[in-house]
Design a protein around this ligand. Structure first.
Ligand code: BTN
Length: 334
């Protein structure tokens, strides 16, 4: 009797068999995983194409460029308190088009749990704000979305995207990250560069039952090749924290769930007003000279916080303008 070696392996199993501490040879991997060396080689190439941090050392095999903690739904759930765990369903994907798109597709189905979370190791069509692409290489960053239902209709959700920003800051702070702030409406910045982005998408009725999908992308480790494809200054947590203090992605996902669940409950009953002070504490634009692009026009002024609905306030001479939706850039000091 002889064995047929499988021709393909799960990319996750292969990645889990690699280490950052030592190189593992192709033949050792083939033996451990019960496949041919050719199958190992092919899968390594495919993993590298989607951004996996695998270095090939001539003669000695393959090694991870950094230690990798794979996403694990059980570990995320274990890090939640019991009441939150009971409210949330967590879906983990190895690869998906977009975690936001996935929750939108499922939104019509009545979920068993009031909150749904979708996380993925990589996205093939990650969505950014204003139709941009969110670069989503595998094996380092966090791609996370949460779906929350609301009874009172989309009309009551002004300010929600700012609330999400406040919750993301709190979750990062829970994981020991400091000196971060918000650029209206909800870009998370550190050292004036983008650390995390948030995309809120609404569905349902304006006056009746509706839902919000809150998508969050956090840069933990940005490979050089990805950085080159991003059209704005970006930063990752590995740059901000000491090597041994990089937050666990599973723990960070759990803190996002906990902070968002609590913030959305509070927002549902009290509205944005209850978050205005919190937002102000993290507002990086306040008092800065800004350029606003809204409705095809550009205006310059001084940012002056947000109003009770979360609209951006900008002083143009003696006039105070409220912007519900606009693209803001900070003007260089002259
Ligand atoms: C931005 O442009 O700043 C928003 C980026 C949001 C990216 C996240 S990654 C997880 C979720 N799924 C997506 O397709 N987009 C969001």
């Amino acid at each position: 009797m002889h064995y047929h070696r499988a021709m393909s392996i799960s990319p996750r199993d292969l990645l889990a068999a690699l280490s950052a501490d030592r190189a593992v040879s192709g033949s050792e991997l083939a033996r451990t995983l019960g496949v041919t060396r050719a199958a190992v080689w092919k899968q390594i190439e495919q993993l590298r194409e989607i951004g996996a941090p695998i270095a090939a050392a001539a003669g000695s095999g393959y090694r991870l460029v950094w230690p990798l903690e794979l996403l694990d739904a059980a570990r995320i759930a274990a890090a939640l308190d019991a009441p939150t765990r009971a409210r949330v369903g967590i879906d983990l994907h190895w690869q998906i088009d977009s975690t936001n798109a996935e929750l939108q597709r499922g939104a019509a189905r009545a979920g068993a749990r009031p909150l749904r979370v979708c996380v993925a190791e990589t996205q093939t069509a990650g969505r950014g704000r204003r139709g941009r692409i969110w670069q989503s290489p595998l094996g380092g960053n966090l791609y996370f979305s949460l779906l929350r239902r609301f009874e009172q209709g989309m009309g009551a959700l002004a300010g929600l995207s700012l609330v999400a920003g406040v919750a993301v800051i709190a979750a990062l702070e829970d994981c020991g990250v400091s000196e971060i702030g918000l650029k209206w409406p909800n870009d998370v910045l550190a050292r004036d560069r983008k650390l995390a982005g948030i995309l809120v998408e609404l569905g349902g009725e304006f006056l009746g039952p509706c839902h919000a999908v809150i998508g969050i992308g956090i840069n933990l480790r940005l490979p050089e090749s990805t950085r080159a494809r991003i059209d704005q200054p970006a930063i990752d947590l590995a740059t901000l924290t000491a090597a041994d203090a990089l937050p666990s992605r599973n723990l960070l996902a759990a803190r996002l769930i906990a902070r968002l669940a609590a913030a959305l409950d509070r927002f549902e009953s009290l509205g944005f007003e209850a978050f205005r002070e919190d937002y102000a504490r993290h507002d990086l634009l306040d008092g800065r000279a800004v350029r606003i692009a809204a409705g095809g026009l550009a205006h310059e002024g001084i940012a002056a916080g947000v109003d009770a609905r979360g609209a951006l306030l900008v002083r143009h001479g003696r006039k105070l303008a409220h912007y519900d939706s606009a693209e803001v850039s900070v003007r260089a000091a002259d």
